[in-house]
Structure formats: C-alpha cells, structure tokens
Write a protein that binds this ligand. Structure first.
Ligand code: FES
Ligand code: FES
Length: 180
C-alpha cells in the first residue's frame, strides 16, 4: 500500500530491474538483502562504522546501511554478486582467494567492493588523508601500501586479514598499472 510511509520504487541491482514497495525508512541494505535476496552485503554494525555493507552506487562505494532504499531509485547498484564475470571470479576476487585475504569472510564482500571503487577513485586522481601533496596540480599519488591502508580504513576486518587484503589490492593495482 503506497501512502505517506510507503513508496513504490524501482531498484537496478546487478543489471536487473525490480519494482518493490518499501517503507520509506527501509535501508538499501535491508532492501537488497531481504527483498531482493542479494545477501553478499553484510549487516555488521548497521550504523556506518564497519563497511561490511559496502556496495557500489553509480560506481561510488557507499555504506548501504546508511542509504535509504528510496534514495537509490534508478541508480546503478552493484553488490559483490554482480562483480564476477559469469562463472569466473573477477580478478580481485581471485586474488583474495589465492592470497588468503580473509578468514571468516564476513567483511570480504564489502572489502572487495570498496577496493574496486577505491582503485577507480585513485585513477581519477582523488587524494587520501596520507597523500603528501594535495595541491590542485599535484600528480596522482602513487598507490603504495600506506595509501591502500588509508583508503580502505573504512572497512574493518575482525579476523585481522589486513596484510593480505592490502597485498591483493596492490596486486590488482599493479595489474592496472597504477601502483608504485
Ligand atoms: S553495516 Fe553498514 S557500515 Fe557496518
Ligand atoms: S575475514 Fe573475518 S571479518 Fe574479515
């Protein structure tokens, strides 16, 4: 029933469009997990502190627990389920497996979505809090381990797989020719 508290919305997730009725207060995380069945994004804290719910919205990483589903209407949303290439793992997924970049795996979908969007941000020249030169005409900062750690600091891993997460991300950056 559409009323002051409910809306009919269209979500475009992993290449598929779905219309659904939601409570206006429903988060994108709950809509994606419980209404659409994409359970890759995880509810770690539900208040924007752990990054486990990270998905990409129009190519940018967002915490879906702090995003209203109604605000994501018509945006292009990609969850971890939309990253693989058919039956083949995406290169960063493959690197996570090969380099042991997880233990329990709870944070992994968010780590991978965050890392992929971060590589795009870096390629566009976005500085981070540890970038030495942030003047407008500064060259794109080298993507070293310190930069990766800072840029992925919004994604917590309770298993402490950080060294391997950084290694896999740097390997991906090297493949793209953007690491130091
Ligand atoms: S569940 Fe969204 S940031 Fe923790
Ligand atoms: S692998 Fe367990 S929380 Fe990161």
């Amino acid at each position: 029933m559409v009323d002051d508290m409910h809306s009919e919305i269209t979500l475009f997730v992993n290449g598929k469009t779905t219309s659904l009725e939601v409570d206006n207060r429903r988060t994108l995380l709950d809509a994606v997990r419980e209404d659409l069945g994409y359970t890759g994004p995880k509810k770690g804290c539900d208040h924007g502190q752990c990054g486990a719910c990270t998905v990409m919205l129009n190519g940018r990483r967002i915490v879906s627990c702090l995003t209203l589903a109604v605000a994501a209407q018509d945006a292009e949303i990609v969850t971890i389920e939309g990253i693989a290439e058919g039956d083949a793992l995406a290169p960063l997924q493959e690197a996570f497996v090969r380099l042991d970049s997880y233990q329990c795996g709870f944070c992994t979908p968010g780590q991978i979505c965050s890392a992929l969007a971060m590589l795009s941000e870096h390629a566009e020249g976005w500085p981070s809090a540890v970038t030495a030169d942030v003047s407008p005409d500064a060259p794109t900062p080298e993507l070293d381990a310190a930069e990766v750690r800072e840029r992925l600091s919004g994604n917590l891993c309770r298993c402490g797989a950080y060294p391997s997460i950084v290694r896999a991300t740097l390997e991906m950056a090297a493949r793209k020719g953007i690491s130091s």
